[in-house]
Design a protein around this ligand. Structure first.
Ligand code: NAD
Length: 474
């Protein structure tokens, strides 16, 4: 998609005068190919903090191929790494707190803040990160791990835990110009064994456009076997709006992980939808999701051809922008019915008679507009905020079947939808993020695919922004 700034010198000057970042797309390293056994091969990861997760981190990081450097005052901090380090042939190294040897650099920093209890303890964040943050390589990663705020009664502990999220959101905005991102993960007590896949995702290039986002790892949904490669082998996935944009990219990535993808789009989009399905060895389902008989037709088709479905991606969506006073009723009805009404009706139908099989995954497309609001988008934001409420309410109701329900809220992603924006608004909007550029459909596809994997069982009821750390609103 064209970017005025990269092509037109006077536009470039104007945007510079306005103080907006010039996008440098090659600064974001993106994943190539399917899930690997050792996604962190040759990555040096600084590990700091003194929480309860040292054993889990040692296991997950070394198994994924990383070389951990552990911050601590004595060699006892290396103890948890001895067994796993030898098993996966990774040599660990101790780093003195507050010290960063001349010329050394790291690819990621992981901070275990599960042991922090008082505001004074937050100083450990400073002590571990300050010497290293300017030694973080391009497309670097920071992951700050803590315990959930809601799990404690003492307000001082809750305050300390909450501090981790604010720290990470600000840090993400500081390191974005280097293509680096920072996210926080809050792990419920007893859910530690569900952290691994989340960490592998957040430390890998698959999370290139996710920053300043908290993740909550819980015991809510029942968990099953979770392979690390070919993660969707044998699964059937339905993707609505698969003819182009985010839906097309998602269908491709799901298929690359072994899923059979049913590509759904409107009958008028038969051509592009069939091309996608053919390219990825999937099937086609032509339905307008707002038709009253759509839920029944989709359910029957999935039952007859596949006996059910494992992954449902509610991606089809439209904008019909106008300020409320100027908005025609059909523009309101259309956006709300496609983006929310149809999602609710189809989901309710697929949950009948276990058509969505146990261990299933539902992923709905929300939007940063649904979280922060946006001028001219009252209809769109109502529908996308509705999606946030829908996944939150539905998640606990289906958790005992091992089904998870989440939403993805993209920021500015380069597709037909954003190409339809007025030029001036588009030029500003696409670079209003910590990483200073719009995302690609595949960035959203990667996040959706991760939520679709068995390993993502720890995440449910959540809305994950894929917005490069949007600078406005959310
Ligand atoms: P897109 O316009 O490129 O693709 C949307 C697809 O949905 C199209 O193929 C379209 O034919 C299909 N569709 C629309 N109405 C349908 C209906 N009634 N029945 C069946 N199919 C229908 O859009 P996109 O940018 O890829 O957006 C995908 C999703 O992501 C949408 O839900 C959108 O709201 C959301 N989103 C996108 C962005 C962005 O920046 N592009 C930002 C936030 C959220």
């Amino acid at each position: 998609m064209t970017d005025l700034l990269l092509e037109n010198e006077s536009a470039r000057k104007l945007i510079k005068t306005l103080g907006l970042p010039i996008p440098v797309p090659e600064r974001l390293e993106r994943a190539k190919g399917p899930y690997e056994e050792r996604p962190l091969d040759d990555k040096t990861i600084l590990v700091g903090g003194h929480g309860a997760l040292q054993g889990v981190l040692a296991q997950v990081l070394t198994k994924a191929g990383a070389t951990p450097w552990v911050v601590g005052k004595s060699d006892s901090v290396l103890e948890p790494y001895r067994g796993p380090g030898e098993a996966w042939a990774r040599t660990t190294r101790r780093i003195e707190p507050g010290d960063a040897p001349e010329g050394e650099r790291v690819d990621a920093i992981v901070f275990d803040g599960t042991g922090l209890e008082t505001p004074d303890d937050l100083h450990q964040l400073y002590e571990v990160m300050h010497p290293w943050i300017r030694r973080l390589n391009r497309s670097g990663r920071v992951v700050v791990i803590g315990r959930p705020v809601g799990d404690v009664k003492r307000a001082a502990i809750a305050a300390t835990r909450a501090g981790l999220e604010g720290f990470t959101r600000s840090l993400g905005k500081e390191i974005g110009s280097n293509g680096s991102v920072a996210n926080s993960v809050f792990v419920e007590e007893g859910a530690e064994d569900r952290l691994g896949p989340v960490l592998r995702f957040l430390l890998s290039p698959r999370s290139a456009f996710i920053s300043c986002q908290p993740f909550h790892v819980t015991k809510t949904a029942k968990v099953g076997e979770a392979p690390e490669t070919h993660v969707l082998g044998g699964k059937v996935a339905l993707v609505t709006g698969a003819a182009r944009g985010i839906g097309e990219a998602t269908a491709e990535i799901l298929a690359a992980e072994g899923a059979h993808v049913v590509c759904l789009d409107r009958p008028a989009d038969d051509g592009p939808c069939s091309q996608v399905a053919q390219r990825i060895g999937g099937s086609v389902l032509l339905v307008d999701i707002t038709d009253r008989d759509a839920p029944e037709r989709i359910a029957n088709d999935l039952k007859e051809r596949f006996g059910g479905v494992d992954v449902v991606v509610h991606n089809a969506g439209v904008t019909r922008d106008k300020t409320l006073g100027r908005m025609k009723p059909d523009a309101w009805d259309m956006a709300v019915d496609i983006n929310l009404g149809a999602v609710v009706r189809i989901t309710e139908r697929l949950l009948q008679n276990d058509l969505l099989r146990p261990g299933g995954r539902i992923i709905c497309l929300s939007s940063v507009s649904g979280i922060a609001g946006n001028r001219g988008q009252t209809n769109y934001s109502a529908s996308k905020a509705g999606v946030v409420g829908f996944v939150r309410a539905l998640a606990p109701q289906v958790a005992d079947k091992g089904i998870t329900v989440n939403a993805i809220a993209p920021g500015f992603i380069e597709t037909r939808l954003t190409n339809a924006m007025p030029v001036a608004i588009r030029e500003v909007a696409r670079r209003m993020s910590a990483v200073g550029q719009g995302g690609k459909p595949e960035d959203v596809g990667q996040a959706i695919t991760f939520l679709a994997t068995p390993g993502a069982a720890g995440l449910t009821g959540q809305t994950i922004r894929v917005c490069g750390g949007a600078l406005v609103g959310a």
